[in-house]
Design a protein around this ligand. Sequence first.
Ligand code: AMP
Ligand code: MG
Length: 496
Amino acid sequence: MIAALDTPSAPLDLAEPGPKWGNSFARLGPGFYTELQPTPLPSPYWVGRSQALARELGLEDHWLESAEALEVLTGNRSTAGSRPLASVYSGHQFGVWAGQLGDGRAILLGDLQTPAGPQEIQIKGAGRTPYSRMGDGRAVLRSSIREFLASEAMHGLGIPTTRALCVTGSDAPVRREEIETAAVVTRTSPSFIRFGHFEHFSYSNQHDRLKTLADYVIDGFYPACREAKQPYAALLEAVSERTAHLMAAWQAIGFCHGVMNTDNMSILGLTIDYGPFQFLDAFDPGHICNHSDTQGRYAYNKQPNIAYWNLFCLGQALLPLIEDQEQALAALESYKTVFPQALEARMRDKLGLTDTQAGDRELIESTFKLLASNKVDYTIFWRRLCGFTPQSGHESVRDLFFDRESFNAWALQYSERLASVDQGLRADLMLKNNPKFVLRNHLGEEAIRAAKLKDFSGVNTLLSLLQAPFDEHPGHDSFAGFPPDWASSIEISCSS
Ligand code: AMP
Ligand code: MG
């Protein structure tokens, strides 16, 4: 029998079906990280898995269901080729230099070659590291479910983001404001490098490492910058552009990040580190989603300016390589042109404007103003607007407004603008840009409450809706309705 396994016809899945690790970040050298093993998560169990992402990574479906995957993706069992490490970075938190931070509870297992290029696999909540400071190195079930669902939701919406392959839970107690239980979210990204990594090596005068890091990022992710006269200024410009596109996407969908510290800004322009984030319910430009953000630094309408402030910090960190302050400032300028253009393009799509006309920016601004003065539910407004026609009575949209007069005036302006637009094309464009389903706080909260009682069906239902948020999903309208009254009393802080 044993000999039979050696024959060429032995089934392929007897070969290791799990991850085949590479270690490109580890090749940067020991100054960038500490190698260490994750602290095992006691008796882990599955909470949620993204089969869609597993397929994109080239992992076999049945492997993701295996006991081995549960152990490997939780960090409880090391596999050949993996070199687990925690990286060091610094950052500005709430506008103040915070000095050295680093992966205090995230451990990089390695990277995988996938059809979409290399993807790193990182486990968050994997135990203490040399960068944990006062923290316990753990993440709780509640925040891990939120990060898992939000990552896959943002991807479903077409917004650049790190991804999440799975969440695993454990009955091990974790102390926050109260005793909760531990969980691990296994996330993926081409790179987890943050603005704060650059700040770290710049401000600690490790300029040789700063250069090594910048070259690594350019060669791996921004190869076109290598051709520029000043590759590091070109890098700053390229990151500014990607960040501008990201901010446009957040603002258009109504996403508040909540903790836009420079250590939470991805060098690839991805949404990263989901904490007290929120998708807006009623439209309020000054909405603050993070209960710990008492000054409202990271309010919804401040996000685009904060992103620029953070890019400025990145520019300062890159100055030893760019060498010319004027050139660094010029590179940052691109943000100021790209962001408004990108936002306008996204809003035009949401309005179903298939062509560009002179007054479009004013129409967009008057739409935002009208939504704000009537505190209209942001997602429901846009989805209902997909069915708007100049001829119809558009009651379902008008019903969302208490100031009917203002709505009527706006509807007239919009109807006039639609005169030159093909109605079929418009509906199609709008239905692809105005989701029916977003991860509202109360939806996450309900799934979390059930998950705490070991019922993970809510997590899985939300995952399937949010991975295809523009589809109708008959029978699931209750997930696309107004938030219940209790939703406004949900308080989400930095505690995670
Ligand atoms: P965050 O606000 O989640 O982006 O975290 C800011 C910093 O605190 C990062 O360096 C994290 O690694 C670290 N950190 C957050 N929570 C913990 C924790 N429970 N244990 C250790 N480090 C943590
Ligand atoms: Mg962070």
